[in-house]
Design a binder for this molecule. Structure first.
Ligand SMILES: C[S@@+](CC[C@H](N)C(=O)[O-])C[C@H]1O[C@@H](n2cnc3c(N)ncnc32)[C@H](O)[C@@H]1O
Length: 384
């Protein structure tokens, strides 16, 4: 495809091509096929890494206990919860597919609102509290589908380089998971965290540090003055630690998670490129309005605009019927649960004895996934 200089705004281009992209995705079951591929690789991963650990009733029960923990909001907000391999396996089993599906919804909502981040040079994406990387997997699959569409339908300007994936994640067990999983599925990453802890991130400082390191290198390598090296670096390099898309998915989930992190949140908000977008995805329970209000004040204070007109509570069938997705997820739940049944014929009774309705979707083979996977969404944008 021959590319000319783009003389059309992203907003107009997305407005013109968006509906046709949506139609193309649906007609060709692109999204469902990518979801099913993710499910296959996840099943394979769990077969290799979890199944051997379920070799006794006692270990199966540990897994069930862990499933309960990773459904507890307070435990999920506590980073210590994610410091065992079993916790990561339980989390990926329970959440990876559905979170991946939700971020696809988010990206389609951004597209529909014509604020999907785009750049001729490819976008930089930062996922904070990455977990097993459902958001980054969704982003890379989504933009790859957009490029396929662009090539097939002749929208040359939409055929941009792949997104560069950055992440902040504190659990070494999560890093290990997404490194192996990215390799297993032949994905472009993530392979390692960009930063390990959200606390203390200061992107302006990181940019200044990186710039000074480049200047020092040029002074040394070119044997030149600081003044010239500074000019050279300004001409030749664009600064790092700037983002087109920032994702908080189930990371800002309790007040404790948000209050006290003002400095870091402001640093994120002021590290968006023009047209850059921050999305905040979470549950719909009582605590969220307080969290959203707190983050809203900070975002507005950092000169971001709240994108109006986006669906703030997204139901499970907002773009496509949920059935096929729910069915595939249930298949995965049943397969893994059956591995446990092979080891422990009383595992269902054990799960029932814990009296936790949230476990029924795993042990009850006849249960359709009628959970209402709604989620809350807030979008902020840096005006051009
Ligand atoms: C509830 S999970 C959310 C994972 C993923 N974003 C999702 O949507 O499923 C929260 C993740 O944040 C990580 N985390 C918790 N506290 C953190 C911190 N202070 N800095 C970086 N990562 C943290 C945890 O290890 C965990 O992987």
């Amino acid at each position: 495809m021959v590319k000319r200089n783009r003389r059309i705004s992203w907003k107009r281009l997305l407005g013109e091509s968006g509906p046709s992209f949506l139609g193309w995705l649906e007609e060709n079951y692109i999204r469902l096929r990518l979801y099913n591929t993710l499910a296959e690789v996840l099943k394979y991963y769990l077969e290799q890494n979890l199944k051997p650990n379920l070799s006794s009733p006692c270990l199966s029960r540990d897994f069930v206990d862990m499933l309960l923990q990773i459904h507890d909001k307070k435990k999920c907000a506590d980073e210590k919860t994610f410091h065992t391999a079993l916790a990561i396996q339980a989390y990926t089993y329970a959440h990876l597919l559905e979170r991946y599906r939700r971020i696809w919804d988010v990206l389609l909502i951004l597209l529909k609102a014509k604020v999907l981040p785009m750049s001729d040079d490819g976008i930089d994406v930062l996922d904070i509290g990455t977990g097993p990387a459902p958001a980054l997997y969704a982003v890379s699959d989504f933009y790859s589908a957009l490029r396929d569409f662009a090539t097939k339908k002749g929208y040359a300007f939409l055929d941009t380089p792949s997104p560069r994936l950055h992440c902040i994640e504190s659990s070494p067990y999560m890093w290990q998971f997404f490194h192996i999983f990215s390799e297993l599925s032949g994905r472009p990453g993530p392979f390692q965290p960009t930063f390990e802890k959200f606390e203390g991130v200061d992107f302006a400082e990181s940019r200044a540090y990186e710039k000074w390191a480049r200047i020092e290198t040029e002074i040394r390598e070119q044997d030149t003055s600081e003044e010239y090296a500074r000019w050279f670096v300004n001409q030749m390099f664009s600064p790092g630690y700037l983002y087109n898309l920032v994702i908080f998915s189930y990371f800002l989930t309790t007040e404790d998670n948000v209050v006290g992190r003002e400095k870091e949140l402001l640093s994120v908000f002021s590290s968006l490129r023009p047209g850059g977008v921050v999305v905040i995805v979470g549950g719909t329970s009582d605590e969220f309005p307080t969290i959203h209000n707190f983050v809203h004040e900070l975002a507005i204070g950092a000169n971001l605009l709240k994108v109006s007109g986006v669906q703030e509570v997204v139901p499970c069938n907002y773009f496509e019927p949920y059935n096929s997705y729910g069915k595939r997820l249930k298949e995965l739940y049943d397969t893994i649960w059956n591995w446990m049944r092979e080891q422990d014929k009383d595992i269902d009774q054990y799960a029932i004895s814990l009296q936790a309705p949230v476990l029924a979707k795993f042990w009850d083979l006849s249960k359709r996934l009628t959970i209402s996977p709604r989620f809350s969404l807030r979008v902020y944008r840096k005006g051009p």
